[in-house]
Design a protein around this ligand. Structure first.
Ligand SMILES: Nc1ncnc2c1ncn2[C@@H]1O[C@H](COP(=O)(O)OP(=O)(O)OP(=O)(O)O)[C@@H](O)[C@H]1O
Ligand SMILES: [Mg+2]
Length: 916
């Protein structure tokens, strides 16, 4: 009988009904131990429609991290659907669940595959996914479950999670709805208290006080009382010396059982998460026959669950384990180890059985660590290696294991743990382990802590490698060190280190030499030495077009795509970014997508495919957020800001721009701050706030002077600064900003900077020069495919011509500008052009345009529409966006409705300009 909780039950019932009707939901039930989360989950299951399938699992408290243990259990009933997944995802999931040997290519491949599988299951019939005790899930399963919970959409999947808010760290799932459970109200609490047996009033009052509305306490405390205590004839005992009151109540209940029963219970607790047959065998091995557990069943401490016996409550499991003497616990673990076949469970049982150093257990844990690593479960691998190190007697072996543990901690994103273990491993007497530890430490510092310290460490590793004649290793260290400068936007330092790396690699490793050339080329381009930089990138074409986008070099190649963008090598950008995106989608490598998507968004933006630019930027930002990549998030927010501002989503643009600036200031280098400010300034200018734009862009200018970046196209802020200053009536400052822009334009080979420098001159020109300068600008625009930039120049030229009373010429320019703005969906700019046109006396009043996708569709719908327009099936689109085919279908019908279309062909025709 459940007391109270009517609101929560109704809420869950409503959600579950909705899922049956195709409305997905995910909810996380939260609260302290014993507050009633598990019973609420049971209620949700009871509410599920009769034809629904229910997948469920629960975490349990253990030292072990069995890789994908919970996920295996959860997905067992749905494995027949595996073959319906895209091959790369299928293989990743099969490998993770140890159904076959397959190395997941990326950390997010498995979560993406899980989401796909749930979508397939929901295509068959309503689906309810129930995961209890999420705080105790093995980390790999937890990541997959939370990823799915945050991304379910129109699949008709219901996900109900429960977690203690006090144990195991907070459950990070920002977009999942939370349902917090409060203590029971007094009347309900009293009813629950009296549910078992009658209690005297003052006894009930006393228990009510100590229970504080916690159902578990309300239920268990009366059971631990003697009959005389219940009626108030004997005093209640004082507070327990240690542990909570409920734990003490459990301990008292356990203490009343025979010793053989307690030993059997200890084994049962030690075996949590193991297959029931293995537990049976282990019980038999320690001589606990079928009757040993009977008294515990009779006392109601055990319940039947999933074909085996389980404790009534997790706190009871813990109590049964900890109540046993340590020798008895080790005996239990040893028996379980002997009864268990699989590498993971056996290793962790041996660990529990160990008393001091234990080579057998260490060897088993090492094997478990290797297996976990192979399946992509790095947190679990790190735990196994770490425990193996603790159990090793021999210092050299121990240090080697510490290094292995540190490596997996680093991959799993536990920087602090990785550094700590690497520090210990660095004390090894084995030179190779020492070097490995130093290298790892630098690797972690580079990404999380202190890039400049990492540079120092890598430089000294490089010097030592060079001294012993290992030029390839030396080149690799130097190249890696140069990355720190790449992240921080220190281009002079980047080019210097990359040149050193290239010199070391020359003749010993063509691939490394090429990679170093790419790094150096990027730096030179950013510094404004575009011809030299471009030559280096051209020399590395094989690397740029054939590299593995999931390898360590991906970042470097992604940067090469970005640098190519600055120097107007648009075809190269398209090829590199397109390939990175395609391969990452295929492999489910979610975390590898934000950067190339952000680059491609900027490319589309420049080439005038604004719907595509917006869709890419929005997806890039969402995925960078979900995968916690702060620096990339700032960069992609800048792309999104520009895209949104351009199409007139001015509020969003400003919010994203400000968020990007704030983020870059705390978490990224000066170059990223500059990028973010440039985008925000463009948004302000577009919104017609010249003063605000000038202020933001002046900040960008100050940073640029400090760096300095010699390539104006890198951040594109300079012409916007000139325009903002002119519009704000600050012509002298504008002239100074223009002079700097002109210097940059002279330095580099790009046509854009020539064109926008001319546009700046046009703004400040005497009336007599307008036409000549306008022609110069348009000539330069003719050399690079950037329609928006050209239209902006035409707009300004039209404005100036109109003021010079050259109406016909003005009108012609303005009409061309307007046509481009309209085609792009550049609403704020189009409206400016329209106003100007009207002032020339033209009748450009009513916007007689058809609906445009970018105005009508949500970003998500836009992404779907673009992929469909490229000719993909719903399933292919689903796989690309990590959504189910059903969700795609759902979006597609909304897209047709909003755009008044009836077929894929019509959609493709409408988006033809965007898909290139
Ligand atoms: N509203 C209620 N009415 C009656 N009994 C309840 C209620 N809520 C919980 N209980 C009982 O209290 C005990 C604890 O509840 P439950 O196991 O659901 O807690 P929990 O929040 O899952 O705790 P844990 O975090 O330890 O798993 C159970 O025996 C359950 O049956
Ligand atoms: Mg529970």
């Amino acid at each position: 009988m459940l007391y109270g909780r009517s609101r929560e039950r109704e809420q869950l019932a409503e959600l579950v009904r909705g899922a049956g009707a195709g409305r997905s939901f995910a909810v996380l039930v939260e609260g302290p131990a014993g507050i009633g989360k598990s019973v609420l989950l049971a209620e949700a299951v009871a509410q599920a429609p009769a034809d629904a399938s229910v997948l469920r699992t629960a975490g349990f408290e253990a030292e072990a991290g069995i890789p994908y243990g919970a996920l295996s259990e959860l997905l067992a009933p749905a494995l027949h659907l595996l073959d319906g997944l895209p091959e790369a995802q299928r293989a990743a999931l099969a490998g993770a669940l140890a159904l076959e040997r397959a190395l997941p290519r990326d950390r997010f491949a498995v979560p993406a595959a899980v989401l796909g599988l749930l979508g397939l299951a929901a295509d068959e019939r309503p689906l309810l996914v129930v995961v209890d005790d999420v705080h105790w899930l093995d980390p790999a399963s937890r990541e997959a479950v939370l990823f799915a919970a945050q991304r379910i959409d129109a699949e008709g999947v219901g996900i109900v999670l429960a977690a203690r808010d006090s144990d195991g760290g907070p459950v990070a799932a920002p977009s999942v709805e939370r349902l917090g459970l409060e203590p029971l109200a007094r009347a309900d609490a009293l009813a629950l208290l009296r549910d078992g047996a009658p209690l005297a009033d003052d006894v009930a009052e006393a228990l009510l006080r100590v229970s504080a509305g916690n159902p578990l306490a309300l239920r268990e405390l009366p059971r631990a009382l003697s009959a005389a205590q219940r009626t108030g004839q004997a005093p209640l005992s004082g507070p327990p010396a240690s542990g909570g009151r409920v734990e003490a109540a459990f301990e008292r209940q356990l203490a009343q059982l025979p010793a053989t029963t307690r030993a059997a219970l200890c084994l049962l607790a030690a075996g949590a998460g193991s297959p029931p047959e293995a537990i049976e065998r282990a019980l038999a091995a320690v001589g606990a026959d079928g009757d040993a557990l009977a008294p515990a069943r009779a006392a109601g401490l055990l319940v039947e669950r999933d074909g085996g016996l389980a404790f009534r409550h997790p706190l009871l499991t813990a109590a049964a384990y900890h109540a046993a003497p340590s020798g008895e616990r080790r005996t239990a673990h040893r028996a379980l180890a002997a009864a268990l076949g699989d590498v993971q469970h056996r290793a962790w049982q041996l660990s529990g059985a160990a008393f001091g150093p234990d080579e057998e257990a260490a060897a088993a844990l090492r094997a478990a660590g290797e297996e976990a690593r192979e399946r992509g479960a790095h947190a679990e691998a790190a735990r196994a290696f770490g425990r193996a190190a603790e159990l090793s007697r021999e210092p050299t072996a121990r240090a080697a294991l510490e290094l292995e543990a540190a490596r997996d901690h680093a991959v799993a994103g536990h920087g602090e743990r990785a550094l700590e273990l690497a520090r210990r491993a660095a004390e090894s007497d084995d030179a190779a382990v020492r070097a490995g530890a130093e290298h790892l430490r630098a690797h972690v510092l580079m990404r999380g802590g202190d890039p400049l310290e990492a540079v120092g460490a890598l430089r000294s590793l490089a010097a030592r490698a060079a001294a012993r004649g290992d030029r390839a290793a030396s080149a690799r260290y130097l190249l890696e060190a140069s990355f720190a400068h790449m992240y921080r936007g220190e281009m002079a330092e980047l080019s210097e280190l990359a040149a050193q790396a290239r010199a070391q690699a020359e003749g010993v490793s063509p691939e490394l030499a090429m990679a170093a050339g790419v790094a150096e080329g990027e730096a030179l381009i950013a510094l404004g030495r575009s011809r030299e930089g471009d030559a280096l990138l051209s020399g590395a074409e094989p690397l740029l077009h054939e590299f593995d986008p999931l390898s360590d070099l991906a970042e470097l190649v992604g940067m090469a795509a970005m640098a190519s963008l600055w120097i107007e090598r648009f075809e190269r950008v398209e090829r590199i970014a397109g390939r990175m995106i395609a391969i990452a989608r295929e492999a489910g490598a979610v975390g590898r997508l934000p950067f190339p998507l952000g680059v491609r968004s900027q490319l589309h933006w420049r080439r005038g495919r604004w719907a595509a630019a917006y869709a890419d930027a929005e997806e890039a930002v969402r995925l960078a957020r979900e995968t916690g990549q702060t620096g990339t998030l700032a960069l992609t927010l800048a792309a999104l800001t520009r895209a949104e501002a351009g199409i007139g989503r001015l509020e969003e643009a400003r919010a994203h721009g400000e968020e990007g600036v704030a983020l870059a200031e705390v978490a990224a280098g000066a170059a990223t701050v500059l990028h973010s400010l440039a985008a925000l300034g463009f948004a302000e200018l577009t919104a017609g706030r010249a003063e605000a734009a000038a202020a933001v862009l002046a900040r960008a200018d100050a940073i640029d002077r400090g760096l300095p970046l010699g390539e104006p196209a890198l951040t594109m802020y300079a012409p916007d600064l000139v325009e903002a200053l002119v519009r704000a009536g600050r012509r002298e400052e504008a002239a100074r900003a223009l002079a700097r822009l002109e210097e940059g334009a002279d330095r580099t080979a790009g046509a854009w900077s020539d064109a926008v420098a001319a546009r700046g001159r046009l703004l400040l020109a005497e009336e007599a020069d307008v036409e000549r300068i306008g022609a110069e600008a348009l000539l330069a625009h003719g050399l690079v495919e950037m329609p928006f930039e050209r239209a902006r120049t035409e707009l300004l030229l039209g404005e100036r011509l109109r003021r010079a009373r050259r109406r016909a010429a003005a009108r012609e320019r303005l009409e061309r500008a307007l046509a481009t703005f309209d085609r792009l969906g550049a609403e704020p700019w189009a409206s400016r052009a329209r106003t100007e046109l009207r002032a020339t006396g033209a009748a450009a009043g009513a916007p007689a345009r058809a609906v445009t996708p970018v105005e009508e569709l949500t970003p998500h719908e836009l992404q779907v529409a673009l992929l469909v327009a490229e000719g993909r099936t719903n399933r292919e689109v689903g796989a690309a966006l990590f959504l189910s085919a059903k969700t795609i279908e759902h979006h597609l019908s909304a897209i047709y409705r909003k755009l008044g279309l009836r077929s894929r062909t019509q959609l493709a025709a409408m988006l033809a300009g965007e898909t290139g």
